[in-house]
Design a protein around this ligand. Structure first.
Ligand SMILES: [Zn+2]
Length: 734
């Protein structure tokens, strides 16, 4: 009797668990899609479903109106019900099956579309790995579980990331449930808007008092800020905002936010008094924003808490319609934000903001911006950090990850970040494994090992992972010689395992670029021993990048093509030998810390620096520099050349001029010549050669090179009013 009962129970259970809704059988439609033609979203969801049903089975399902009598196998797409608001947030959805029909219920926004995406992904096995790269199974049958009840709401209501797919593949954005700023911000005013709203070019000349008082004077400029305590500024800004909203009646949000520059806030008496009282320059910003928010109570105002304004004010609380766009740009990323000092400082600020606001937009950074292609193993910290953001009232989130083609794990990074933006509690390791298996095929285990070894080596090295460093930073850590050899082996194995599949092989090649690049960067700092081999490797790197369509090296518009050309020029110079090679140097006007450490050799060692200033370069901040080179004996000279770095993002500008004097006794110097240096406003990173030549040969033992500083950064630059750096890595004497 007992056995019989158990048998009946288990049969019952089996039949429940096997209950299914069959949409396609033997290549024929057995189900229908029910959707309301009056709902654009539901019709979009129905079209998306049918698009993939067709790709999977070769047929499409009939789409009928909700008025029709329901039959077995109906799949209902419905965003209309009022009840949904109780459980479904914006963009949320539920998937429910009962009585042999299936219901995709959507919340406000694109809920029903995202419900269909989940259905395609989790029940039909469609995976959208990257732009125009979608794995679609083929089958003559399509069915859905008959006992499903599942509800999903997004972890962040606004989900923004960077992936090249957004620009090149219209389905990519929908599939990964991403949004773009232009969808919510009026006139696409979404960040660094001060100069767009109150242009310094228009008002700066007649009204310098509208702009920041920095180091003793008013300094209007595109990277300067507003004098927020000036009542005229407030009124002009109100008028401008009013006209922007009138031109964009379907938007209710706008960003009123500082220009991109650090410490360029106004320090006039009135502004300074407010900021002193509030304990942070965010004080005058939030007071200004609150006044706007009160003037336009039905609108929402976003502002930055970024660089100088990242700390919250002590007293003033943002009004509910003030959104805080909080940026963690200064943090290191080898461990999560609670684990290192830079992160702890940020978290203290974030918790401070969370105490006074529940309207926070976190802007996070997740790639090396100076070298997109450089290894950036931060996958292990993403989930912890994003949970911290969410727990501290972030409802909107932008994960800035470069996302260009050829960037380190560009496709995987975009994929994982999108999954976390939707569900911060997802199983990241299984998301990664699933992606690797689909995107790299049989090479997946090697790529996974590569990732894990690199992650462990990074953590073991105690070297921070910074968004502006270079492979050279890690040459004694996660990119040391034995590890590079191990990575080479893994990529060799990965390539072999997919050698017969040209698409998978290209995916492996693309990721391998990161290690090829790291090797090229590191080898030049050690002195290139095997010149031919390095030249071959450079050529292979360039060829592969070209073949794969990988063009950009960083966010400063430098290209790989240009990098390779300069690599040859700078590391394999022509045979002309500098008379100053390995000569002794002294500094009547010495460089600044910490760059002075290598000053005794840097300018005559024959090594040229790269785009990041952490090797070979020495720098002076806001003052003139002077180097005296001792050639050891009197020699005949006719030309002195120096190599400078131009990198505006790091406040490294070209100096004003360079002059050269020569001497036989190091006491009496005779001027050889002077060279003015042209201003350059381009954001590209450049190496600039400056030379002083003589018509006739000069007899000299000591060469004095005097470099005249710009003093402070000019008004068009991010560092307006603050000391400008210049960097020098080599002086040649011929
Ligand atoms: Zn002021």
């Amino acid at each position: 009797m007992k056995i019989f009962l158990i048998l009946i129970l288990s049969l019952l259970l089996t039949s429940i668990s096997e209950a299914q809704i069959i949409l396609v059988k033997n290549g024929k439609a057995t189900g229908r899609i029910i959707a309301d033609p009056k709902s654009r979203t539901d019709m979009q969801a129905a079209a998306l479903l049918n698009l993939f049903v067709k790709k999977i089975t070769g047929i499409t399902l009939p789409v009928v109106s909700p008025g029709e009598k329901r039959v077995k196998g109906d799949l209902i797409i419905d965003s209309s019900s009022d009840l949904k608001s109780l459980v479904l947030a914006e963009d949320g959805f539920s998937l429910t099956s009962s009585d042999s029909t299936f219901l995709v219920k959507g919340g406000k926004g694109l809920g029903s579309v995202y419900g269909v995406v989940t259905l395609l992904e989790d029940y039909f096995g469609v995976h959208y790995y990257a732009a125009n790269n979608c794995a679609i199974p083929h089958s003559r049958e399509l069915k859905l579980p008959g006992n499903l009840s599942r509800t999903e709401n997004p972890s962040f209501e606004f989900r923004q990331t960077q992936a090249y797919g957004l620009a090149t593949d219209s389905l990519y954005k929908i599939w990964h449930r991403l949004k773009e700023p232009k969808e919510i911000f009026a006139g696409n005013y979404w960040v660094h808007t001060f100069d767009r709203i109150l242009p310094s070019a228009k008002y700066g000349k007649d009204h310098p008092e509208y702009f920041s008082f920095i180091n003793g004077i008013r300094r209007p400029g595109a990277a300067s800020q507003w004098c927020l305590s000036n009542p005229d500024v407030f009124e002009i800004v109100c008028q401008k905002i009013d006209s922007i909203f009138k031109a964009n009646p379907d938007r209710k949000m706008i960003s009123i936010s500082q220009n991109d520059g650090n410490n360029t806030n106004c320090s006039c008496e009135k502004c300074k008094a407010i900021d002193d009282e509030e304990g942070s320059p965010s004080g005058s910003i939030i007071r200004f924003l609150n006044k706007l928010a009160a003037r336009f109570p039905d609108k929402e105002f976003s502002t930055l808490a970024y660089l100088f304004s990242v700390a919250p004010p002590k007293h003033v609380k943002p009004l509910p319609n003030v959104n805080i766009m909080l940026c963690d740009i200064d943090c290191y990323r080898e461990v999560s934000l609670t684990e290192n000092p830079s992160g702890k400082t940020f978290m203290k600020n974030m918790e401070g903001w969370a105490k006074i606001s529940d309207n926070i937009f976190v802007w996070d950074y997740g790639i090396n911006f100076d070298n997109y292609i450089s290894p950036f193993p931060n996958f292990h910290i993403l989930q912890t950090n994003m949970k911290l953001f969410r727990n501290n009232h972030a409802t909107k989130h932008f994960s800035q990850i470069g996302g260009s083609q050829g960037g380190d794990f560009s496709e995987l990074r975009s994929y994982v970040v999108s999954k976390l933006l939707w569900n911060v509690n997802c199983n990241v390791d299984s998301v990664i494994q699933s992606f690797l298996n689909g995107y790299y095929g049989k090479a997946a285990p090697f790529i996974y090992q590569y990732m894990k070894i690199q992650e462990g080596a990074l953590l073991g090295s105690n070297i921070p992972l910074w968004i502006y460093d270079t492979p050279i930073t890690h040459k004694t850590g996660m990119l040391n010689a034995p590890l590079i050899r191990r990575y080479r082996e893994l990529f060799d194995n990965a390539e072999q395992s997919v050698a017969s599949d040209s698409i998978l092989l290209r995916h492996v090649w693309q990721q391998r670029l990161a290690i090829q690049y790291a090797e090229l960067e590191i080898i030049r700092t050690n002195g290139i021993e095997d010149v031919n081999r390095t030249k071959e490797e450079l050529a292979l790197f360039q060829r592969r990048a070209k073949l794969l369509g990988v063009t950009s090296l960083n966010e400063r518009n430098n290209t790989i093509e240009e990098y390779c050309k300069l690599y040859l020029e700078r590391n394999f110079p022509a045979l002309r030998k500098s008379l100053a090679h390995q000569a002794k140097v002294s500094y009547p006007l010495p460089p600044d810390k910490p760059y002075d450490k290598i000053a005794d050799k840097a300018v005559t060692d024959g090594f040229l620096g790269g785009a990041t200033f952490n090797e070979s370069w020495i720098g002076w901040s806001g003052k003139d520099g002077e180097v005296v080179i001792d050639l050891g004996e009197i020699k005949e000279i006719e030309s002195v050349q120096a190599d400078f770095l131009h990198k505006l993002s790091a406040w490294i500008l070209l100096p004003k001029s360079m002059s050269v004097a020569t001497s036989t006794d190091n006491l009496n110097f005779i001027t050889m010549g002077n060279q003015e240096i042209k201003e350059d406003r381009s954001v590209e990173v450049k190496y600039v050669n400056v030379g002083v030549n003589s018509h006739e040969k000069i007899k000299a033992r000591y060469i004095k090179v005097h470099i005249e500083t710009l003093g402070v950064c000019p008004s068009w630059h991010y560092g307006v009013g603050y000391p400008a750096w210049f960097f020098l890595d080599e002086v040649w004497v011929y």
